[in-house]
Design a protein around this ligand. Structure first.
Ligand SMILES: [Zn+2]
Length: 130
């Protein structure tokens, strides 16, 4: 007696993780890979894709956030595609690597990096395309 492809498909589906487990795993993977970039993902969109309720997705996100506090992340480094200088990405903004010290209006010292757009010899070109 041979099994029909549809039967095989059904039995495979049984051993797959439930949609909520899949989302949880995806959120967790994304959490580590992108350091919280999943926050930018709309829970509604994710829920729709996986057939869950947005409330479930939101509570999963909060659960993960609570369980795995934000890691101190190493800055993403790279090179400016216009002048080939070393740059450090702060979010989506290219900055120069040296950490500078500045004083705020209320006289608190804070560390910051200068935007690479301030020092890039091709800054106009770079700025336009970003
Ligand atoms: Zn540059």
């Amino acid at each position: 007696m041979s099994r029909k492809p549809t039967e095989l498909g059904d039995s495979q589906r049984d051993i797959e993780a439930s949609p909520s487990e899949t989302i949880k795993q995806e959120l967790l993977n994304d959490h580590w890979r992108h350091c919280y970039n999943w926050k930018g993902v709309s829970p509604v969109k994710l829920a729709k894709m996986r057939g869950c309720s947005p409330e479930d997705v939101r509570s999963m996100m909060f659960e993960i956030q609570k369980k795995y506090p934000r890691p101190k992340r190493n800055p993403q480094t790279g090179r400016c595609k216009y002048c080939n200088a070393e740059i450090v990405w702060i979010g989506k903004h290219p900055c120069d690597p040296p950490v500078l010290k500045g004083v705020t209006a209320d006289e608190k010292v804070h560390a910051f990096r200068q935007s690479h757009f301030a020092s890039c010899p091709h800054r106009n070109e770079a700025r336009r395309s970003s």
